[in-house]
Design a binder for this molecule. Sequence first.
Ligand SMILES: NC(=O)c1ccc[n+]([C@@H]2O[C@H](COP(=O)([O-])OP(=O)(O)OC[C@H]3O[C@@H](n4cnc5c(N)ncnc54)[C@H](OP(=O)(O)O)[C@@H]3O)[C@@H](O)[C@H]2O)c1
Length: 209
Amino acid sequence: MRIGILGAGMIGGTVGRLWAEAGHEVSFGVRHPERLHSMLSGLGGKATAGSALDAVAGADVVLAAIPFRAWPGVAAEIAAALGDKVLFDATVPDPPRDGAFGDAALAREDGVAFAVAPLLPRAKLVRAFSTVMWTTLQSQAHRAGDWVGIPLAGDDEKAVALAARLVSDAGFDPVVVGPLSQARRFDPGTAVFDSGMSGPQVRAALGLM
Ligand SMILES: NC(=O)c1ccc[n+]([C@@H]2O[C@H](COP(=O)([O-])OP(=O)(O)OC[C@H]3O[C@@H](n4cnc5c(N)ncnc54)[C@H](OP(=O)(O)O)[C@@H]3O)[C@@H](O)[C@H]2O)c1
């Protein structure tokens, strides 16, 4: 699968490596692709880097792993190329770093997802990879025993199924929580956020068993 990743930092770079190792074609979209030279060398030519627009245009599916405050600008840049493609959103507001846009998202009763969704209304949005620290992604992929759980929520069933497959390919346990309205159940401040829970523990905490 051709996967575009917006951002190649702690989350984007880590998940991108896991997907490249699983055999996917990964393309990172960043403002400074020239800075990724050594990282791409480490991936043995299994990934490329360019602009955000390049990454989206050539992708079957896109993962957003950019600072939350960057959303308005990045969304405007990619909206036409993204169209109705599947978009996995790992972004999380981190106050005060993400400014008024981040604060407003955290204050929403319907959840952080609904601060992003209106920016790209045609995209098939799935919240994914938003709850797990990058160090956990880096060290716990494909571990022995119960895999770490990654909650997923989205309104398009096929997009959620694709997210579940790609979470498994990365070495984690996909936990389908429900439509996008349910994503607030794993937003910052909830029991499962940044908890390192296994898949069964996430299901139990969310009453999905
Ligand atoms: N770190 C974690 O453990 C963790 C866990 C869960 C969720 N998250 C969320 O995931 C997202 C990414 O976090 P991260 O820790 O991976 O961040 P990071 O290490 O700072 O990486 C951010 C990436 O976004 C790129 N980028 C693209 N457009 C940008 C813009 N307009 N402004 C700034 N950077 C831009 C940066 O590359 P260029 O500067 O070259 O553009 C960089 O590759 C955040 O929303 C964060 O809250 C993080």
